[in-house]
Design a protein around this ligand. Structure first.
Ligand SMILES: Nc1ncnc2c1ncn2[C@@H]1O[C@H](COP(=O)(O)OP(=O)(O)OP(=O)(O)O)[C@@H](O)[C@H]1O
Length: 519
């Protein structure tokens, strides 16, 4: 590539105690390019981003940005690097405007008049959020999605020469992702280097000019734009001795005749003020749940799992012993009837941060493994633990380490393992593949297909349309708080799902559909 190299990592190694997060990492990115860093969960991507940002010092090797060696966060800031980390860090009690300019007390910052800074911030934030945001209101008054945009806007307002986005789109819905991509494009055209860490294949294909692949802390290669596709990425990311699941999502799953309904709700109201609707799922089915942000689908699946109280309607689940549907009141009923929930928002409603990896996986099945004197059969739990860790290829150190010592994606795998370990009948997953690597996503679809083949039922909410294709038997699309369309068979394609998400009929084509298509 002819442009100037702006970011260079040479021979980087970094260990945390016994864990060698990076062993031999080399990396180069240029001005005016979007460069992706790709690798399995725990392969060292965030560690790399932290070294570039000066947050971590490498044990060996050197990181230079625009010719300057980076040793501290101040070095990185001075050369014009901004990083958006996964955590949403905002001061809830301060105004949006103050949050956008927090930490910007350098002399040059204040040369701009406050009027100009406000106007700049207003234009950017309105563009990102997709609607007008009152900058004088406290950040705490806004939903999480706006807080996330504040964090992103804060970095962009610095007009960075190098911008690092570490999984910043993981929680964004489709509409929001398109707006973020437009902004990334603007920066690239202005000559900035944009480095993205992502597991979203559609995102990589759409916006990355090049991709560097990490495997187990070692740089294994760089792909040019034309070669960035799922197969190439998987082949490079995955160690040769590890077998990937066969063609997952082949859509050929057979389902038994005379299947029983395992979960149903009638006259349910997903969002205050919206119309009631019914929902049912049978044994052996995989039902996808889709919708743009805030259309009620998230509240719906959480209410279905009894994580929150529903606004209306009764839920019934199959009691296998009695072979009839019985009322499912609260969480305890759900657990007894084998209805389990996996959240993609692991920090808010998933992990127990003070507990070990082992306890986080085994929680919930302790009771089932009590011996005659109430003593936990630890041997049995250990067996289950090893089985789930192997099955989902979780990269762990010692099982009694705290769960927070794991990389983000590996924490998510522990939550998925916990759901399977409970021997459920119905698994409700709320965007479970957030931050999970490509290979594991495939394995997860395969495991869920096997679960359905054996008679289980799967309800799978995703913010990525690609996840449903060749996988779900039905996709219920939410719009304005209710199921707007239930799509089956050939209707499960990108265009039709997208049209329904925008509240349009099948015949309508959504404007940016062709642009978003995976090439
Ligand atoms: N502060 C830390 N203490 C101990 N181990 C750590 C720490 N930070 C990272 N690690 C370990 O280093 C390895 C690399 O982690 P890193 O977060 O860089 O991976 P990643 O590729 O970003 O993963 P993911 O895709 O899941 O976010 C992992 O095994 C992780 O458990």
């Amino acid at each position: 590539m002819a442009s100037e190299v702006t970011v260079r990592l040479v021979g980087i190694a970094k260990a945390f105690g016994e864990t060698k997060a990076l062993k031999k990492c080399d990396f180069e990115a240029c001005a005016g390019e979007v460069h992706a860093i790709v690798g399995e969960n725990g392969s060292g991507k965030s560690t790399m981003a932290k070294i570039m940002s000066g947050v971590l010092r490498p044990d060996t090797g050197e990181a230079t940005i625009l010719g300057t060696t980076i040793k501290t966060p101040i070095d990185a800031k001075t050369v014009g690097l901004a990083t958006i980390f996964q955590e949403v860090l905002v001061a809830e009690e301060a105004s949006v405007l103050d949050n956008l300019y927090v930490g910007r007390d350098g002399f040059f910052e204040w040369r701009k008049s406050s009027g100009k800074r406000r106007a700049e911030a207003q234009a950017l934030l309105d563009r990102l959020v997709g609607q007008h945001v009152d900058l004088s209101r406290n950040v705490g008054d806004f939903p999480l999605s706006v807080k996330q945009w504040v964090v992103i806007a804060r970095a962009i307002l610095k007009s960075p020469k190098v911008l690092i986005l570490d999984e910043s789109s993981a929680a964004l819905d489709l509409d929001a992702t398109v707006r973020l991509h437009d902004e990334i494009d603007r920066l690239r055209k202005a000559g900035a280097t944009v480095i993205i860490v992502t597991h979203r294949i559609a995102e990589l294909v759409r916006i990355a000019d090049r991709a560097t692949i990490l495997r187990d802390g070692v740089t294994v290669g760089v792909l040019e734009k034309a070669d960035i596709n799922e197969n190439n990425l998987l082949a490079m990311m995955t160690p040769a001795d590890r077998k990937l699941s066969g063609a997952a999502k082949d859509g050929k799953r057979k389902t038994a005749e005379n299947r029983r309904v395992v979960l149903e709700v009638t006259k349910t109201i997903a969002q205050r003020g919206s119309a009631p609707f019914d929902f049912a799922i049978k044994e052996g089915s995989i039902v996808g749940v889709a919708g743009l942000d805030g259309q009620g689908q998230d509240a719906f699946v959480r209410a279905l799992a009894r994580i929150v109280a529903p606004f209306g309607g009764d839920a019934k689940a199959l009691d296998s012993g009695r072979n009839e549907l019985v009322l499912m009141g609260g969480l305890e009923d759900a657990a007894r009837l084998g209805v389990v929930y996996v959240s993609g928002d692991r920090k808010r409603e998933g992990i127990f941060p003070q507990q070990s990896i082992f306890e986080n996986l085994a929680i919930g099945i302790y009771k089932k493994n009590l011996g005659s004197l109430g003593i936990i059969r630890r041997g049995k739990l250990k067996q289950m633990f090893s089985r789930e860790v192997d099955r989902l290829r979780v990269k762990i150190g010692r099982p009694d380490n705290r769960i927070t010592s794991l990389s983000g994606g590996n924490q998510q795998k522990i939550l998925i393992g916990r759901a399977f370990a409970n021997n459920p009948k119905v698994i409700i997953l709320n965007d479970p593949a957030r931050g999970v690597d490509l290979g594991t996503k495939r394995d997860l679809y395969r495991e869920l297909e096997i679960f359905a083949e054996q008679g289980g039922a799967v309800i799978y909410l995703s913010s990525e349309i690609e996840e449903f294709l060749g996988f779900a038997d039905r996709v219920d699309v939410f719009h304005h708080g209710r199921i707007y369309r239930s799509l089956e068979g050939d209707q499960i394609n990108e265009e039709t799902i997208l049209a329904a998400m925008f509240g349009r009929s099948e015949a309508d084509v959504v404007e940016f559909t062709s642009e978003r298509k995976v090439h």
